[in-house]
Ligand binder design. Structure first.
Ligand SMILES: [Mg+2]
Length: 277
Protein backbone atom coordinates (compact mmCIF):
# COMPACT_ATOMS: atom_id res chain seq x y z
CA UNK A 1 0.00 0.00 0.00
CA UNK A 2 1.10 3.56 -0.69
CA UNK A 3 -0.01 6.34 1.62
CA UNK A 4 0.38 9.78 0.01
CA UNK A 5 -0.46 12.64 2.32
CA UNK A 6 -0.47 16.40 2.35
CA UNK A 7 1.45 17.76 5.33
CA UNK A 8 0.37 21.22 6.52
CA UNK A 9 -3.08 21.20 8.15
CA UNK A 10 -3.36 17.48 7.49
CA UNK A 11 -0.53 15.83 9.44
CA UNK A 12 1.47 18.80 10.76
CA UNK A 13 0.03 22.04 12.10
CA UNK A 14 1.41 25.54 12.50
CA UNK A 15 0.46 27.49 15.60
CA UNK A 16 -2.28 29.26 13.66
CA UNK A 17 -3.82 25.95 12.66
CA UNK A 18 -3.46 23.54 15.59
CA UNK A 19 -6.76 24.61 17.09
CA UNK A 20 -5.69 23.84 20.69
CA UNK A 21 -3.32 25.60 23.11
CA UNK A 22 0.35 24.93 22.36
CA UNK A 23 0.72 23.48 25.86
CA UNK A 24 -1.83 20.71 25.20
CA UNK A 25 -0.35 17.29 26.05
CA UNK A 26 0.30 14.95 23.14
CA UNK A 27 1.94 17.42 20.74
CA UNK A 28 5.39 16.83 19.27
CA UNK A 29 7.41 19.52 17.45
CA UNK A 30 7.64 18.72 13.73
CA UNK A 31 9.48 21.81 12.54
CA UNK A 32 11.77 23.95 14.66
CA UNK A 33 13.34 27.11 13.25
CA UNK A 34 15.87 29.13 15.29
CA UNK A 35 14.85 27.24 18.41
CA UNK A 36 11.18 28.02 17.95
CA UNK A 37 8.61 25.36 17.11
CA UNK A 38 6.79 26.34 13.92
CA UNK A 39 4.62 23.27 13.55
CA UNK A 40 3.47 20.28 15.54
CA UNK A 41 2.25 16.77 14.93
CA UNK A 42 0.12 14.83 17.36
CA UNK A 43 2.14 12.17 19.19
CA UNK A 44 -0.47 9.49 18.56
CA UNK A 45 -0.54 10.34 14.86
CA UNK A 46 3.26 10.19 14.68
CA UNK A 47 3.38 6.85 16.48
CA UNK A 48 0.86 5.30 14.12
CA UNK A 49 2.66 6.78 11.12
CA UNK A 50 6.02 5.40 12.29
CA UNK A 51 4.57 1.98 12.86
CA UNK A 52 2.92 1.90 9.44
CA UNK A 53 5.91 3.38 7.63
CA UNK A 54 7.80 0.12 8.17
CA UNK A 55 5.18 -1.77 6.20
CA UNK A 56 3.83 0.65 3.63
CA UNK A 57 5.32 3.35 1.41
CA UNK A 58 4.58 6.68 3.07
CA UNK A 59 4.98 9.62 0.69
CA UNK A 60 4.67 13.21 1.98
CA UNK A 61 3.03 15.32 -0.74
CA UNK A 62 3.34 19.04 -0.12
CA UNK A 63 3.09 22.42 -1.79
CA UNK A 64 6.15 23.46 0.22
CA UNK A 65 9.29 24.20 -1.78
CA UNK A 66 12.18 21.72 -1.51
CA UNK A 67 13.90 23.98 1.04
CA UNK A 68 10.73 24.38 3.11
CA UNK A 69 10.18 20.61 3.09
CA UNK A 70 13.73 19.93 4.22
CA UNK A 71 13.18 22.33 7.12
CA UNK A 72 10.72 19.84 8.66
CA UNK A 73 13.11 18.16 11.08
CA UNK A 74 10.67 15.33 11.72
CA UNK A 75 11.25 13.97 8.20
CA UNK A 76 15.02 14.31 8.46
CA UNK A 77 15.29 12.47 11.78
CA UNK A 78 12.47 10.37 13.25
CA UNK A 79 10.88 9.40 9.98
CA UNK A 80 12.79 9.44 6.71
CA UNK A 81 10.51 8.81 3.74
CA UNK A 82 12.25 7.36 0.65
CA UNK A 83 10.05 9.45 -1.60
CA UNK A 84 8.53 12.89 -1.19
CA UNK A 85 6.59 15.20 -3.48
CA UNK A 86 7.32 18.92 -3.03
CA UNK A 87 6.51 22.12 -4.93
CA UNK A 88 2.88 20.95 -5.28
CA UNK A 89 4.00 18.10 -7.54
CA UNK A 90 6.69 20.04 -9.39
CA UNK A 91 9.44 17.99 -7.76
CA UNK A 92 9.77 14.37 -6.68
CA UNK A 93 12.54 13.69 -4.17
CA UNK A 94 14.10 10.25 -3.96
CA UNK A 95 16.17 9.91 -0.78
CA UNK A 96 16.26 13.71 -0.69
CA UNK A 97 17.53 14.18 -4.25
CA UNK A 98 15.52 15.67 -7.11
CA UNK A 99 14.23 13.09 -9.61
CA UNK A 100 15.46 14.65 -12.86
CA UNK A 101 13.25 12.54 -15.09
CA UNK A 102 10.14 13.91 -13.39
CA UNK A 103 11.50 17.45 -13.39
CA UNK A 104 12.04 17.31 -17.15
CA UNK A 105 8.59 15.89 -17.70
CA UNK A 106 7.02 18.66 -15.61
CA UNK A 107 8.82 21.39 -17.55
CA UNK A 108 7.65 19.81 -20.80
CA UNK A 109 4.02 19.65 -19.61
CA UNK A 110 4.00 23.20 -18.25
CA UNK A 111 5.46 24.50 -21.51
CA UNK A 112 2.78 22.66 -23.49
CA UNK A 113 -0.33 23.26 -21.34
CA UNK A 114 0.01 26.51 -19.36
CA UNK A 115 0.58 30.17 -20.07
CA UNK A 116 4.09 31.37 -19.20
CA UNK A 117 4.92 32.51 -15.67
CA UNK A 118 5.24 36.15 -16.83
CA UNK A 119 1.74 36.17 -18.24
CA UNK A 120 0.29 34.51 -15.12
CA UNK A 121 2.09 37.08 -13.00
CA UNK A 122 0.62 39.92 -15.04
CA UNK A 123 -2.91 38.50 -14.62
CA UNK A 124 -2.37 38.09 -10.87
CA UNK A 125 -1.06 41.60 -10.40
CA UNK A 126 -3.87 43.15 -12.40
CA UNK A 127 -6.11 42.13 -9.51
CA UNK A 128 -3.92 41.71 -6.42
CA UNK A 129 -3.25 45.16 -4.99
CA UNK A 130 0.01 46.09 -3.37
CA UNK A 131 -1.70 46.89 -0.05
CA UNK A 132 -3.14 43.35 0.21
CA UNK A 133 0.22 41.68 -0.30
CA UNK A 134 2.58 41.01 2.58
CA UNK A 135 4.96 38.82 0.58
CA UNK A 136 5.25 37.54 -2.98
CA UNK A 137 7.41 34.61 -4.11
CA UNK A 138 8.11 32.64 -7.26
CA UNK A 139 8.76 29.13 -5.92
CA UNK A 140 11.12 26.49 -7.33
CA UNK A 141 10.87 28.24 -10.73
CA UNK A 142 7.33 26.91 -11.06
CA UNK A 143 4.56 28.78 -9.24
CA UNK A 144 3.64 31.87 -7.21
CA UNK A 145 2.73 32.22 -3.56
CA UNK A 146 1.44 35.36 -1.92
CA UNK A 147 1.04 36.03 1.76
CA UNK A 148 -1.99 38.27 1.84
CA UNK A 149 -4.22 40.23 4.19
CA UNK A 150 -7.02 37.73 3.78
CA UNK A 151 -9.70 40.03 5.19
CA UNK A 152 -8.98 42.58 2.43
CA UNK A 153 -9.35 40.13 -0.48
CA UNK A 154 -12.57 40.78 -2.41
CA UNK A 155 -14.13 37.35 -2.96
CA UNK A 156 -15.75 38.03 -6.33
CA UNK A 157 -12.68 39.64 -7.85
CA UNK A 158 -10.50 36.76 -6.70
CA UNK A 159 -13.00 34.25 -8.09
CA UNK A 160 -13.03 36.08 -11.45
CA UNK A 161 -9.22 36.21 -11.46
CA UNK A 162 -9.11 32.46 -10.70
CA UNK A 163 -11.40 31.76 -13.64
CA UNK A 164 -9.27 33.88 -15.90
CA UNK A 165 -6.12 32.04 -14.84
CA UNK A 166 -7.84 28.68 -15.13
CA UNK A 167 -8.52 29.40 -18.79
CA UNK A 168 -4.77 29.99 -19.16
CA UNK A 169 -3.84 26.68 -17.52
CA UNK A 170 -3.21 27.94 -13.98
CA UNK A 171 -4.97 27.01 -10.73
CA UNK A 172 -5.53 29.44 -7.83
CA UNK A 173 -6.00 28.29 -4.24
CA UNK A 174 -6.40 30.37 -1.07
CA UNK A 175 -5.41 28.75 2.23
CA UNK A 176 -5.41 30.88 5.34
CA UNK A 177 -3.13 33.83 4.58
CA UNK A 178 -1.62 32.19 1.49
CA UNK A 179 -2.71 32.50 -2.09
CA UNK A 180 -1.19 30.02 -4.54
CA UNK A 181 -1.15 30.26 -8.33
CA UNK A 182 0.14 27.05 -9.88
CA UNK A 183 0.32 25.78 -13.50
CA UNK A 184 -2.23 22.94 -13.95
CA UNK A 185 0.34 20.25 -14.80
CA UNK A 186 2.09 20.97 -11.50
CA UNK A 187 -0.29 19.02 -9.31
CA UNK A 188 -0.11 16.48 -6.54
CA UNK A 189 -2.04 13.76 -8.36
CA UNK A 190 0.30 13.43 -11.32
CA UNK A 191 3.42 13.44 -9.15
CA UNK A 192 1.94 10.79 -6.82
CA UNK A 193 0.91 8.67 -9.82
CA UNK A 194 4.44 8.98 -11.21
CA UNK A 195 5.71 7.44 -7.96
CA UNK A 196 3.01 4.78 -7.78
CA UNK A 197 3.84 3.77 -11.38
CA UNK A 198 7.11 2.42 -9.94
CA UNK A 199 5.06 0.09 -7.70
CA UNK A 200 2.38 -1.45 -9.90
CA UNK A 201 -0.58 -3.07 -8.20
CA UNK A 202 -0.20 -1.30 -4.86
CA UNK A 203 -3.36 0.47 -3.70
CA UNK A 204 -3.12 4.22 -3.05
CA UNK A 205 -4.59 5.92 0.00
CA UNK A 206 -4.44 9.70 0.36
CA UNK A 207 -5.24 12.52 2.76
CA UNK A 208 -5.32 16.29 2.42
CA UNK A 209 -7.28 19.40 3.33
CA UNK A 210 -7.00 21.93 0.50
CA UNK A 211 -8.25 22.35 -3.06
CA UNK A 212 -4.70 21.57 -4.20
CA UNK A 213 -5.15 18.12 -2.60
CA UNK A 214 -8.50 17.42 -4.20
CA UNK A 215 -7.13 15.83 -7.40
CA UNK A 216 -4.91 13.54 -5.30
CA UNK A 217 -7.80 12.45 -3.08
CA UNK A 218 -10.02 11.82 -6.10
CA UNK A 219 -7.43 9.68 -7.87
CA UNK A 220 -6.68 7.51 -4.81
CA UNK A 221 -8.34 4.16 -4.06
CA UNK A 222 -9.18 5.48 -0.58
CA UNK A 223 -8.97 8.97 0.87
CA UNK A 224 -9.90 11.08 3.88
CA UNK A 225 -9.93 14.81 4.60
CA UNK A 226 -9.89 16.68 7.91
CA UNK A 227 -13.03 18.63 8.83
CA UNK A 228 -11.26 21.96 8.32
CA UNK A 229 -9.61 23.63 5.35
CA UNK A 230 -10.74 24.46 1.84
CA UNK A 231 -12.31 21.12 0.87
CA UNK A 232 -14.41 21.05 4.02
CA UNK A 233 -15.37 24.74 3.70
CA UNK A 234 -16.42 24.28 0.10
CA UNK A 235 -18.45 21.25 1.08
CA UNK A 236 -20.28 23.39 3.67
CA UNK A 237 -21.06 26.06 1.10
CA UNK A 238 -21.97 23.85 -1.84
CA UNK A 239 -22.36 20.22 -0.77
CA UNK A 240 -21.57 17.67 -3.47
CA UNK A 241 -21.23 13.91 -3.18
CA UNK A 242 -17.64 13.08 -2.35
CA UNK A 243 -16.06 9.65 -2.55
CA UNK A 244 -14.30 10.03 0.80
CA UNK A 245 -15.14 10.93 4.41
CA UNK A 246 -14.15 13.83 6.66
CA UNK A 247 -12.75 13.38 10.15
CA UNK A 248 -15.02 14.12 13.10
CA UNK A 249 -12.65 16.62 14.71
CA UNK A 250 -10.78 19.61 13.37
CA UNK A 251 -7.30 20.88 14.22
CA UNK A 252 -4.13 18.92 14.95
CA UNK A 253 -5.91 15.87 16.40
CA UNK A 254 -7.68 15.26 13.09
CA UNK A 255 -4.31 13.66 12.29
CA UNK A 256 -5.07 10.83 14.76
CA UNK A 257 -8.30 10.02 12.98
CA UNK A 258 -6.64 10.16 9.58
CA UNK A 259 -3.97 7.67 10.65
CA UNK A 260 -6.56 5.42 12.25
CA UNK A 261 -8.38 5.39 8.93
CA UNK A 262 -5.17 4.52 7.05
CA UNK A 263 -4.43 1.77 9.59
CA UNK A 264 -7.93 0.29 9.15
CA UNK A 265 -7.59 0.26 5.38
CA UNK A 266 -4.19 -1.38 5.68
CA UNK A 267 -5.52 -4.03 8.06
CA UNK A 268 -8.48 -4.67 5.79
CA UNK A 269 -6.39 -4.95 2.62
CA UNK A 270 -3.75 -7.19 4.15
CA UNK A 271 -6.52 -9.28 5.72
CA UNK A 272 -8.06 -9.73 2.27
CA UNK A 273 -4.69 -10.70 0.84
CA UNK A 274 -4.22 -13.29 3.57
CA UNK A 275 -7.69 -14.64 2.80
CA UNK A 276 -9.21 -13.42 6.07
CA UNK A 277 -12.49 -11.56 5.71
MG1 LIG B 1 -2.64 21.30 3.59
Amino acid sequence: MIYASDLDRTLIYSLGAIGVPESTPGLVPAEVIDGRTRSYISLRCLEMLQELADRILFVPVTTRTIAEYKRIGLFQTRLRPDYAVTSNGGNVLVHGAVDLQWRQEILRRVGADSAGADEAHRLLREVLREEWIIDERYCDELFYTYIVQRSLLPKEEIAAMSEHLRARGWKVSVQGRKLYAVPEPVNKRDAALYITSHFPGRPLIASGDSLLDQCLLESADFAIAPCHGEIFAEQQERPVKLGYPFTGQSGVFAGDEILRYVQQKYDHLTGLEAGVS
